[in-house]
Ligand binder design. Structure first.
Ligand SMILES: Cc1ncc(C[n+]2csc(CCOP(=O)(O)OP(=O)(O)O)c2C)c(N)n1
Ligand SMILES: [Mg+2]
Length: 323
């Protein structure tokens, strides 16, 4: 296992590049949102990139994911087109939902992305349903559900994980544990560590450094092997930190500034950049080039989204549920 999911120069550079692309997608959207050009809410994934990228790096293209309200990183890591994502954020016709879904409802069935979800905890059932389908129909596939730490308090979490356990489903539950649910600190809504919850259903739960893509990849690799070999689900409790408030517009004044500063030093891009440089797999110039390429890609992509037309008025009541 250790060798199978070990990183080499190419893998780690690829992982870094995808993380940088996600960060650039988010920060470009952030600037545009502040200009008042994007409707709805934006929940940025900045700071949590190592989780989506590390997990997706050990999945097969046919595997399923279900996502949540902070889901842009999952989409990019699974290969979704940033042009169509931006178009969706602008509410435009070329978006994944024809402009009718917005940030929290992007899905791409061609990539087996079962959708982001504005209802906290709703994606857990969808991901578990897909895992059930994998067990009985698409036998070589698995299903990965991304969810927030506060979502582990929903009834859907308990029901889905219990079924997943008794049926030994090929499911992985990836908790993006950023220690907050909106303005509430985790110690005020939970008395146990997220990982320990898995024991009550009867499958393994592991706490992972969610800002270290190599650590996430290793833990996810173990979970993927377990799921594919019919042994059942795994819960990964990936510790991380969102760089911004809950959504754009939330100043996050409820967080301790020292804690915030300490987490920023553990930015996943800094950690992976250091890993690349210390192994001499990249120079600072290489990292700068990767950053510049991602910036250029996202500026082009957002221009595409901006120029895309709004959906026609006649489409107001068509394709409301699917494009
Ligand atoms: C069923 C439901 N209850 C409440 C909300 C409002 N809400 C949106 S995000 C959120 C907190 C989610 O926290 P967490 O699951 O930890 O994810 P994070 O935002 O930290 O990534 C809440 C309560 C909602 N969207 N759906
Ligand atoms: Mg949270």
């Amino acid at each position: 296992m250790a060798v199978k999911y070990a990183v080499n120069k190419k893998t780690l550079r690829d992982l870094y590049r995808t993380m940088v692309r996600i960060r650039n997608f988010e920060e470009t959207a952030h600037k545009e949102f502040l200009k008042g050009n994007m409707p709805g809410f934006l929940h940025l994934y900045s700071g949590e990139e190592a989780i989506a990228v590390g997990v997706m790096s050990v999945m097969d293209p046919d595997d399923y994911i279900s996502s949540h309200h902070r889901g842009h990183g999952h989409l990019i890591a699974k290969g979704a087109d940033p042009k169509r994502m931006y178009a969706e954020l602008f509410g435009k016709a070329d978006g994944f939902c024809g402009g009718k879904g917005g940030s929290m409802h992007i899905a791409d069935s061609s990539l087996n992305i079962l959708g982001a979800n504005g209802v906290v905890g709703a994606g857990i059932n969808i991901g578990t349903g897909a895992a059930f389908a994998c067990k009985y129909k698409h036998k070589d596939r698995i299903s990965v559900t991304f969810l927030g730490d506060a979502a582990t308090n929903r009834g859907t979490f308990h029901e889905a994980l219990n079924l997943s356990a008794i049926w030994d489903l090929p499911a992985i539950y990836v908790v993006e544990n950023n220690l907050y649910g909106v303005a509430n600190c985790q110690r005020d809504y939970m008395k146990v560590d997220v990982a320990t919850r898995a024991a009550s259903y009867g499958f393994p739960g592991e706490t992972v450094d969610g800002n270290d893509v190599v650590a996430v990849r290793k833990a996810a690799g173990k979970a993927v092997d377990r799921a594919r070999s019919g042994k059942g689900p795994t819960l990964l409790d990936c510790r991380t930190w969102r760089h911004w408030g809950h959504f754009i517009g939330d100043s996050a004044s409820y967080r301790d500034p020292d804690e915030h500063a300490a987490w920023l030093k553990r930015d996943p891009l800094i950690i992976t950049g250091d890993q690349l440089c210390s192994r001499k797999w990249a120079t600072k110039d290489d990292l700068g080039r990767i950053q510049a390429e991602a910036e250029e890609e996202m500026l082009e992509a957002i221009e595409f989204g901006r120029k895309s037309p709004f959906p026609a008025k006649e489409e107001l009541f068509t394709q409301v549920y699917t494009k």
